[in-house]
Design a protein around this ligand. Structure first.
Ligand code: NAD
Ligand code: ZN
Length: 354
């Protein structure tokens, strides 16, 4: 089968022929319906280098995956070939306290996993191929009725990651609160929708692209602003001088983090999701008193079940552009150039036409 491979650090991905894997005991082979093209893959191709992560190339990209159960390994129960499934992406050891508490992203024994902190598409072969080998049936969630697997694919990261980040700030998102979403791409537009679907807060979105600001408004943002030197001032103006209760930064540069600190109200949460590599100085005088700053990584199985449930009821809908596997290299070039709106999803199965 064809697969989009990352073969070395600091190189773009390439299409190669690889063997179709066979599921061993406990494993499941998934026929991939859709695999989302995440900006993190660009960071992998162009920014990470040897020794920075506990794993590395070569592997097949694609960590946002959904499809159909194809072949089941010995001992797997509760799944049937043909069932539509979404893949939970972070693959921990499965037995430590964190994994038992459904926090496989923060597994206590990463050394017991083949790609610590990663999974399919992050150190292990991912979904930008016709088939994806999933090492344990617990990483699969059967799709609710009516949810198309191509549209479900980006929900496993581009919606799940904002959902996890927003969920931990739910107590601060009241009818009089304001949430700010910085960066309205794949994750950000679904972040706006998650805020809409799960909280009564006012939503301000920020992106330099006009098309992203339009997408933010379509996704439910009350206000959409371009970034600039007075972004914090504009957010304060839009909130009667109060500032933001929760800032979700899907960029994570020096510039956006400094704006986040400038717009945060006392007691706010600033959550860094983007891998922009910026830093935020923290001292007694800034950010304002009792502001919490956190980074978050992906999300977990029960949160994905909740995300899929919201989507099956029409409360979340990824804005999806679909492409064939043969187009994947150019899709990442377009993602880098900032000309993808919402999420590009690679559709590797030749028979499937959404
Ligand atoms: P994307 O390319 O689809 O979207 C990024 C958006 O940010 C674009 O619309 C772009 O115009 C906008 N943007 C860029 N610089 C900006 C600035 N200074 N101010 C305002 N807007 C700006 O990317 P994505 O796939 O949504 O990923 C976003 C980030 O989140 C990436 O860094 C990615 O690696 C990271 N990510 C983190 C996790 C996690 O678990 N923490 C998971 C997935 C992705
Ligand atoms: Zn991702």
């Amino acid at each position: 089968m064809k697969a989009l491979r990352l073969e070395a650090w600091h190189t773009p991905a390439v299409l190669r022929d690889v063997e179709v894997p066979e599921p061993g005991p406990g494993e499941v082979l998934v026929q991939v319906a859709g695999s989302g093209a995440c900006h993190s893959d660009l960071h992998l191709m162009h920014e990470f280098g040897a020794g920075q992560l506990p794993w590395g190339p070569p592997f097949t990209l694609g960590h946002e995956n959904a499809g159909w159960v194809h072949t089941i390994g010995a001992g797997v129960r509760g799944l049937e070939p043909g069932q539509p499934v979404a893949v939970v992406g972070a693959w921990g050891c499965g037995t430590c306290a964190r994994c038992r508490a459904d926090l496989e992203t923060y597994c206590d024994h990463p050394e017991r996993t083949p790609a610590p902190g990663g999974g399919g598409g992050l150190g292990l072969d991912g979904g930008m191929a016709e088939y994806l080998l999933v090492p344990d049936a617990r990483h699969l969630v059967v799709l609710p009725e009516g949810l198309d697997p191509v549209h479900a694919a980006p929900l496993t990261d581009a919606a799940l990651t904002p959902y996890h980040a927003i969920r931990r700030s739910w107590s601060k998102l009241n009818p009089t609160s304001t949430a700010v979403v910085i960066g309205v791409g794949g994750l950000g537009h679904l972040g706006v929708q998650v805020l809409r679907a799960t909280t009564p807060a006012r939503v301000i979105a920020v992106d330099m692209r006009e098309s992203s600001r339009d997408l933010a408004r379509r996704s439910g943002a009350d206000v959409a602003l371009p970034p600039g030197p007075d972004l914090a001032g504009q957010v304060r103006e839009a909130t009667e001088g109060l500032g933001a209760d929760v800032v979700l930064d899907f960029v994570g540069s020096d510039e956006t983090l400094s704006a986040a600190a400038g717009m945060a109200r006392h007691l706010a949460d600033i959550t860094i999701v983007g891998l922009g590599g910026g830093t935020l100085p923290v001292s007694f005088f800034s950010p304002p008193y009792e502001v919490s700053v956190q980074s978050t990584y992906w999300g977990n199985r029960h949160e994905l079940v909740e995300v899929l449930d919201l989507a099956s009821r029409g409360l979340l809908q990824a804005e999806v552009e679909t492409y064939a596997l043969e187009e994947a290299v150019t899709v990442y070039e377009r993602l880098a150039a900032g000309t993808i709106d919402g999420r590009a999803v690679i559709v590797p199965s030749t028979f499937y036409r959404p």
